[in-house]
Design a protein around this ligand. Sequence first.
Ligand SMILES: COc1nc(N)nc2c1ncn2[C@H]1C[C@H](O)[C@@H](COP(=O)(O)OP(=O)(O)OP(=O)(O)O)O1
Length: 157
Amino acid sequence: MNESTLCHPIVDGELLLIRKQRGLGEGNLVGPGGKLEAGETPFEAARREVREELRVEPTGVEKCGEFGFHFRDDAPEEDSMYVHVFTADGIEGNPEATEEAIPEWHAVDDLPYDEMWVDDRIWMPHMLDGETFTGTFVLTDEGGAMHSYEMELGVDM
Ligand SMILES: COc1nc(N)nc2c1ncn2[C@H]1C[C@H](O)[C@@H](COP(=O)(O)OP(=O)(O)OP(=O)(O)O)O1
């Protein structure tokens, strides 16, 4: 299964997201992140992806969760991903648009979940409340709807 990361800087009540310019979820509003490279830990990959996508260095990076997902209509082994989720308490530098990502800040209490992956509205409120979590999500309709999911809160990370 592909392993990837998401890293969410949260500063002054706002969450730094990206408008994804290519790859899985192109056009969606997502956390900065991407697949692990060979020999990399999830922590290293999370920081590298923020640097590559937004040209800033995340600070105070901490893991808050992990989840797996697959699409119901596809073979799970061919189209599934395991995602390590991090928060950051700041960034060094000013986010820049790159060919992969356009930065957008959004108030944590008014997130546009209808422009995000359908699983985000389930786990992200827990992340924003400072809870740890694990989850499994099964999406349908090419990711447009949630078929089923399981989540556990208060998990050791
Ligand atoms: C289907 O549900 C998803 N939900 C959430 N919350 N995040 C998702 C979902 N599917 C993909 N993602 C995120 C997780 C990773 O951060 C990226 C992976 O995207 P991609 O396959 O494009 O990986 P990259 O490493 O960015 O690709 P490049 O080879 O272009 O660097 O999406």
